[in-house]
Design a protein around this ligand. Structure first.
Ligand SMILES: [Zn+2]
Ligand SMILES: [Zn+2]
Length: 375
């Protein structure tokens, strides 16, 4: 019998949904209904110049801004018993108190505006306050990927057009809490980079009669931009990397487009690839490298013709150029969308590949079966 991880679906009196993993976590009844959860001003506006939507979220200005470090650590809202999760838990996913997108977004009327319908969630990896994807145990990492698979399946089933698991790590990326956690955004509209990728898959299929995802895997695997690889994923600096140490973790298997498509074996292989890579990032300059980690899943079939060609990929985007210099997304990148990378992708890959890996024993690690918890 494999490992079972109970999931408890709770609703906070302020309207937010919680999925809490582990043995019986308790209840959110009795929590204050007025908590600062505020979606009253949420809406999105269409920018006719670029053809893109901008999310307007005025309430986010009231959220806590600073790093939670030093003496404030005791006030961590994500630790068990804290204000967000007032009981023991193994992992937890819950609606952000300060969302940019919400199922409760108010209706808006008029031209060029739309309701900011969607979901913004916090994904807490572990009850322990210190740690990261590089230091969690193999079992914890495997459970994190299993929970990604569980929650994204639910968000796609709700009819969202785009779903992204991500982590903003480090003060340089604006992370305000150090407790190991990531986020989940689900959109009711198609983000522009996703639209560009859909067009690229369609064009590659049309022009080359081939899968773009399979083509990228074949080009990366075993070449001079590969960092590491395992039977299910190739970890490589992309051919046209935008950031000095940008790395994509790409699924080898044609047909593996979403986290929900992962087999249990692939869950473990993804956990291993992520652990290995983040460990290399931390070894690169000898400190926990700030980074953006973005899981790119296949959009719904109705958004493109060749979406069967989309291979699940996780993009790691660290802003550091060197130990003490950050690449700033400055005028040319921001105003024109043209990236200037001063590190050759081959050099970036060689430097990451040269960092000694931190091998762990994955023997006996079990992908948990997530089941509805008893109340
Ligand atoms: Zn904490
Ligand atoms: Zn393919």
């Amino acid at each position: 019998m494999g490992r079972v991880l109970p999931r408890h679906d709770l609703v906070h009196p302020d309207g937010r949904s919680f999925a809490v993993y582990g043995e019986f976590p308790g209840t959110l009844e009795g929590q204050p209904a007025r908590t600062g959860h505020d979606v009253s001003g949420l809406h999105r506006r269409f920018d006719r110049l670029t053809g893109t939507w901008v999310l307007v979220s005025p309430a986010r200005n009231t959220r806590p801004g600073g790093q939670v470090t030093g003496p404030q650590e005791a006030a961590c809202p994500l630790c068990p018993g804290g204000p967000e999760l007032p009981w023991p838990y193994e992992l937890a996913v819950f609606d952000n108190r300060f969302p940019s997108l919400s199922p409760l977004a108010p209706p808006v009327t008029g031209p060029l505006v739309a309701p900011s319908v969607g979901r913004c969630q916090v994904v807490v990896y572990t009850p322990e306050h210190d740690g990261s994807l590089a230091t969690l145990t193999p079992q914890q990492l495997t459970s994190v990927v299993a929970v990604w698979r569980d929650r994204t399946a639910a968000l796609w089933a709700d009819g969202h057009i785009s779903v992204m698991v991500f982590e903003n790590r480090g003060a340089a990326i604006g992370a305000t809490l150090s407790h190991p956690h990531g986020q989940l955004y689900a959109f009711g509209h198609l983000p522009p980079v996703t639209a560009a990728k859909i067009a690229a898959h369609d064009a590659h299929r049309r022009d080359h009669r081939a899968c773009l995802g399979c083509t990228l895997v074949a080009e990366d695997d075993g070449g001079d931009r590969v960092v590491v690889a395992n039977p299910s994923f190739v970890v490589a600096v992309p051919f046209a990397a935008r950031w000095p140490f940008e790395v994509h973790v790409r699924a080898r298997r044609h047909g593996l487009g979403r986290l929900a498509d992962l087999t249990d074996t692939e869950v473990v292989h993804l956990a291993q690839a992520v652990h290995d890579l983040v460990g290399r990032y931390d070894g690169l300059f000898g400190f926990e490298l700030p980074l953006m980690m973005c899981v790119q899943e296949a959009p719904p079939p109705e958004t493109g013709a060749a979406l069967g060609d989309w291979h699940l990929h996780v993009e790691f985007l660290p802003p550091h150029r060197s130990a003490d210099r950050l690449k700033v997304r400055a005028s040319v990148e921001t105003a024109l969308g043209v990236f200037i990378n001063d590190t050759s992708p081959e050099e970036g890959a060689a430097r990451l590949a040269a960092v000694p890996g931190r091998p762990l024993s994955w023997h006996g690690v079990a992908v948990p079966s997530i089941v509805a918890g008893r109340r």
